[in-house]
Design a protein around this ligand. Structure first.
Ligand SMILES: Cc1cc2nc3c(=O)[nH]c(=O)nc-3n(C[C@H](O)[C@H](O)[C@H](O)COP(=O)(O)OP(=O)(O)OC[C@H]3O[C@@H](n4cnc5c(N)ncnc54)[C@H](O)[C@@H]3O)c2cc1C
Length: 432
């Protein structure tokens, strides 16, 4: 194999972003992806003329991912979905108070609850996150929100923005920031699904000179004397390289690095709290109840959104809707979850079964491998693995306060910058 300055493991959005950044700094980069396509959890599946993301995906317009993708020239076309919709409370659909006027007439809240909700929404962007330190979301909400119904709605907004219902572990600062991002700048549903991001990143990577090797499953990261020596591939081949960015999960990194129990990789694995979800994704000839596009469960952890109201996702006019059941950490009951999502669809759109042209059920997909949470340690994983020179990590779990794709983009940027800087410093030392 030709000599490379760096290898990036994993061809998801983390790996693509990291590889582009390193290649743009003039380094020779190889991207190793075990499957036959890049994109990882960011792909969209084409079925019967419809494009289905792996569960509902939205990009936060005020976040790090949006900024990084724009900086690389990725065109993000699509629409900002309206948040006018309903909630489900005690199995009944109730209009969602999406603006102050509707809030005043809503039957959901008492008069004092309405006042409290209004004040809460106004305050969100002004809270000083630094002062919240390690306060959990529940601790913050129980201290700050008096009205139980307002607290229910607040937790629902938090869940929708973060995919997590880990109230006792989520750090209030990061969740409040994410909710504020979604309210302030909104999210974007992308034309062509998230596949449009993946396709453009793949093209940019190739144009920057990144070698993309598919079907290359990394079986171990070789290191000796405290420094990376290369990566072993499943084929038995050894790729000699001094710098590696791994975008795999904390448990995969632990498995791939010999002696990982003596490194910080062990803590990253043991501390991680993966968020999973059950997703029901449908393409429909028409939506039985026109205008019923956005629904959040309040007393059940479920969510429905018609993505076609904001983005072009099919060639033939079919409507793409995504439903999610948010799992608690470790929760896994695919049969019950599919039933719950089917029941939601029956409540929202009676007769929907006759309209289905494509369907995808993902029983328990990992949304993120970890997220900022209360922990025994300072929980800011990466970018470097301090015990092994030349090894860096990125991915949705390697967050320094960001969430979801914003953590992906921010961590890929951190890993790439540190790798570039250390490569330059080594070169300077050799030149001296
Ligand atoms: C249902 C769902 C909804 C989501 N919604 C949102 C949202 O609305 N907004 C948002 O910002 N984010 C959202 N996300 C999160 C976002 O999709 C992910 O965080 C992001 O796609 C992860 O990218 P990644 O590159 O870190 O990991 P992955 O996409 O998992 O990429 C890892 C890659 O590594 C490859 N690989 C694994 N092992 C090896 C090996 N040994 N050797 C070589 N290659 C290997 C895999 O095949 C894969 O391609 C959602 C995720 C899910 C699942």
């Amino acid at each position: 194999m030709r000599n490379y300055d760096a290898a990036v493991i994993g061809g998801g959005i983390s790996g693509l972003l990291a590889a582009i950044e390193v290649a743009k700094a003039g380094k020779k980069v190889i991207l190793l992806e075990k499957s036959s396509n890049v994109g990882g959890r960011g792909i969209s599946v084409r079925k019967n003329g419809a494009l289905l993301n792996l569960g509902g995906h939205a990009i936060y317009r005020g976040g790090a991912a949006y900024a990084a993708l724009q900086r690389f020239g990725v065109e993000l076309e699509g629409g900002i979905p309206s948040t006018s919709g309903s909630i489900i409370w005690k199995n009944e659909l109730i209009p969602l108070p999406s603006d102050p006027l509707k809030l005043l007439t809503s039957k959901l809240f008492s008069f004092s609850g309405k006042m409290e909700l209004g004040r809460l929404l106004m305050r969100l962007g002004k809270i000083n996150a630094a002062e919240l330190a390690d306060v959990s979301l529940r601790e913050w909400a129980e201290q700050e929100i008096v009205d139980p119904m307002v607290r229910h709605l607040f937790y629902t907004l938090c869940r929708t923005s973060t995919y997590s219902r880990d109230l006792d572990y989520q750090t209030a600062a990061t969740v409040l920031h994410q909710v504020h991002l979604s309210i302030k700048s909104g999210v974007l549903y992308l034309d062509g699904g998230w596949q449009s991001i993946v396709d453009q990143l793949q093209k940019i990577a190739t144009n920057c000179g990144v070698t993309i090797q598919m079907g290359a499953s990394v079986s171990a990261i070789k290191h000796s004397g405290g420094a990376v020596q290369g990566v072993h591939l499943g084929s038995g081949e050894l790729l000699e390289v001094e710098r590696v960015i791994s975008t795999l999960s904390p448990s995969d990194n632990f498995r791939l690095v010999p002696g990982a129990e003596q490194t910080i990789l062990r803590h990253w694995k043991e501390d991680s709290r993966p968020i999973t979800a059950a997703c029901l994704d449908l393409a429909l000839k028409r939506l039985p109840v026109v205008g019923r596009d956005f629904v959040m469960g309040i007393d059940q952890p479920i969510f429905f959104s018609n993505h076609s109201r904001a983005a072009k996702l099919s060639d033939n006019g079919t409507i793409i809707v995504h439903m999610i059941k948010y799992n608690a950490v470790g929760e896994h009951d695919p049969k019950a979850d599919e039933q719950l999502l089917t029941d939601m669809m029956n409540l929202l759109h009676p007769g929907w079964q006759q309209e289905v042209t494509a369907k995808q059920f993902l029983p328990s997909i990992t949304v993120v491998h970890d997220y900022p949470h209360k922990s025994r340690r300072d929980h800011k994983p990466g970018p470097a693995v301090p015990e092994i020179r030349g090894l860096y990590v990125a991915g949705d779990w390697a967050s320094h306060g960001e969430m979801l794709l914003d953590a992906v983009a921010a961590s890929a940027g951190r890993a790439a910058s540190m790798l570039i800087q250390e490569a330059e410093e080594t070169r300077d030392v050799i030149n001296v």
